[in-house]
Design a protein around this ligand. Structure first.
Ligand code: SF4
Length: 135
């Protein structure tokens, strides 16, 4: 059985450590650190070593969930976004932007994170925005 080592970057935080995905028969089976990567120089933290496990996790979210009668149920993107917009509008009109906070992700691109902070500041009128790379 042939195994490929595919170069990539860990996306679990903003450090961007270099790693290789071990790929066998089209499936990722593990990772190893890139010895020559200028940031990580052959190291990975525990999140990096386990970074591939979420790819096939049965717990992975594959569709939006909305809470109905106290239970999370599957919804379409249109329904979930409509509920979110209505909720933001309600909080904004009753309490203002300072009552809203947004959390972004290191799994997003810089451009996506830039757009989220624009949404926060320009549309939702809040500076309450943070990013998991700082956590
Ligand atoms: S989560 Fe760990 S391995 Fe991944 S980029 Fe951050 S420090 Fe590197």
């Amino acid at each position: 059985m042939q195994m490929e080592h595919v170069p990539s970057v860990c996306c679990f935080c903003g450090c961007g450590c270099g790693l290789y995905f071990h790929v066998s028969q089209g499936r990722i089976t593990g990772v190893s650190p890139s010895r020559n990567h200028p940031v990580s120089k052959g190291n990975l933290c525990v999140k990096g070593w386990h970074s591939y496990e979420s790819v096939y996790s049965p717990k992975r979210l594959t569709h939006p969930l909305v809470r109905k009668n106290g239970r999370l149920v599957q919804a379409s993107w249109d329904e979930a976004l409509s509920i979110t917009v209505d909720a933001f509008k309600g909080v904004l009109s009753q309490h203002g932007g300072s009552a809203i906070g947004l959390l972004s992700s290191a799994k997003c691109t810089n451009e996506e994170n830039y757009l989220l902070q624009k949404l926060a500041r320009a549309v939702l009128k809040t500076n309450n925005i943070d990013h998991c790379a700082r956590l």
